[in-house]
Design a protein around this ligand. Structure first.
Ligand SMILES: Cc1ncc(COP(=O)(O)O)c(C=O)c1O
Length: 354
């Protein structure tokens, strides 16, 4: 009987497994952060007509890639004595890091305050509250017109008011990118030893910088393509309306070092919506940022007719949190117009990157 050790399904060193009747070692965990599916890819050839392997990061108890950053930041803060049993963790998040921290702090017994803004999905907010977090919602943008600056200002004021508050600061914390340098990137490298190009969405740029740093010192050159939303200032664009959380910023992320990035693609949110719906029509319900990354990556690959390249893109989460937005017809039509999902138009998804 063959025995499989599903090491890549976990993210910690302290794994628990049991030998089931068939002789297969199955995962058994006692903390939610101890499980993460690291080996699942979708071949998008049959959906978009061009090969692209989509790494699915939504299969863990936090439902997103942000579990890795959250776990690494908490672990480092505990190790460095910054987090103590009386600490109250505070973080600014558009949602997914907030959910991951809600889960981790619930498990570890810390209090947690998530500072988010009015673009945070209702279901994401409810999820955090169900896990015992307090959610503070910022409804006014700052003087520069961004919510992020306003959220960060609020977090700073909270921390100044009480020394028990600990801000992990995902925008500047190196453990954010180190999480991906140690897990996401090596997992892709193991699966695709002949990888040519990697497409990574940019929010805090933790995923991007961790993967880019890892592949910079790999055995073969890998083209690192950052995917961002139109209206984001991350790579120097001008600030504009962005309604889909996850990617894009209104304040340049401190973690970003552009010398590791080969190219940047900016995707219109209407194209994001089209890519999400196109995937959903084939039974794959993904979050908004996955639509952005897939749209940008497909445009890049099709423009270059890059059939010989091995290409991977990262899907940060799944679609259930977006049922009231990306997958809600009125929301989509009010924001992007009646024709955005017109039959046939969706075929344009991915071909209008700038
Ligand atoms: C859905 C989603 N996609 C993408 C990202 C961006 O990841 P990163 O912050 O590592 O750049 C995030 C970050 O919160 C996210 O929630």
């Amino acid at each position: 009987m063959s025995r499989h050790v599903w090491q890549d399904h976990f993210r910690t060193d302290e794994l628990l497994s049991v030998n089931a009747d068939e002789g297969v070692i199955v995962p058994v965990i006692s903390a939610p952060q101890d499980f993460n599916e690291e080996q699942l890819y979708i071949d998008l050839q049959s959906i978009f007509g061009h090969a692209l392997f989509l790494k699915c990061e939504g299969f863990n108890f936090a439902g997103s890639i942000k579990l890795k950053a959250a776990a690494a930041m908490v672990k480092a803060a505990e190790r460095d004595g910054i987090l103590t049993p009386s600490s109250v963790v505070v973080e600014s998040s558009s949602g997914n890091l907030g959910v991951a921290l809600s889960m981790l702090t619930a498990n570890k017994g810390y209090q947690f305050i998530c500072v988010t803004d009015s673009r945070c999905n209702l279901s994401t907010r409810r999820l955090m509250e169900a896990l015992g977090a307090q959610v503070h919602i910022i409804t006014e943008s700052d003087a520069e017109g961004g919510f992020l600056g306003a959220r960060i200002g609020y977090v700073r004021a909270l921390c100044a008011s009480d020394e028990r508050y600990v801000w992990l600061n995902q925008y500047a914390n190196p453990n954010n990118w180190r999480a991906h340098y140690g897990t996401t990137a090596p997992a892709i490298a193991r699966q695709f030893p002949r990888l040519d190009v990697l497409f990574v969405g940019a929010g805090t740029t933790g995923t991007l910088m961790g993967c880019a740093r890892y592949f910079r010192q790999w055995h073969r050159p890998v083209r690192i393509v950052a995917v961002d939303s139109v209206g984001s200032v991350t790579f120097g664009g001008s600030s504009g309306r962005r309604m889909i959380p996850g990617l894009g910023t209104s304040v340049r992320p401190q973690l970003l070092d552009e010398s590791y990035v080969d190219e940047v693609i900016n995707v219109e949110e209407a194209d994001t919506i089209r890519a999400c719906h196109r995937l959903a029509r084939r039974g794959f319900l993904f979050g908004g940022s996955t639509g952005t990354v897939v749209s940008g990556a497909m445009g890049w690959l099709i423009q270059r007719d890059a059939r010989a390249l091995t290409a991977v893109a990262i899907a940060p989460d799944l679609g259930e949190r977006y049922l009231d937005t990306v997958y809600q017809t009125n929301w989509v039509q009010d924001l992007y117009g009646d024709d955005v999902l017109r039959s046939g138009d969706e075929l344009a998804a991915g071909t209008r990157s700038v």
